[in-house]
Design a protein around this ligand. Structure first.
Ligand code: ZN
Length: 140
């Protein structure tokens, strides 16, 4: 573990119709947030959820083409290939309250979203290829 200091907290509403993952990456890039924590609630028009197949070492993406509530979006910001990268997981619910979740993929379209991003100061967390998992993990 590395110690980081809380620096700034950003709070805002994300744009209706925008791609949720692209919007989070854009906001972190614009505000130069290189290390931080992301959380949000709201609703999406459709979702693309990833599941990492540990034996195949690849993501499988499932699209849910329906309006869903964002029960919880939670994740972090670190550096990959020299630029800020948002990594978030999301739990969603349908009209009957059934929940779905996974790694947030591109293609998840915002209906409404209230987001809080905490920016930290401290050592850079660089994502590098991890041999054991096949994932780009923090090189600590
Ligand atoms: Zn993930």
């Amino acid at each position: 573990m590395k110690k980081v200091e809380k620096h700034s907290v950003y709070m805002g509403r994300l744009s209706h119709g925008a791609d949720l993952l692209e919007e989070l990456n854009r906001l972190c890039g614009e505000s130069n947030i290189q290390c931080g924590r992301v959380e949000a609630i709201g609703a999406v028009q459709r979702a693309c959820l990833g599941y990492y197949d540990q034996s195949r070492r690849e993501y499988k993406f499932n699209t849910i083409d329906a309006p869903l509530e964002i029960l919880k979006l939670s994740g972090n910001v670190s550096i990959k290939d020299g630029t800020p990268m948002v990594h978030v997981h999301i739990t969603l619910a349908d009209e009957n309250g059934r929940a779905f979740g996974g790694h947030l993929g591109p293609g998840t379209i915002i209906f409404a979203c209230e987001c809080i991003i905490e920016s930290f100061e401290g050592p850079a967390f660089q994502r590098i290829h991890d041999e054991q998992t096949g994932l780009p993990l923090w090189g600590i």
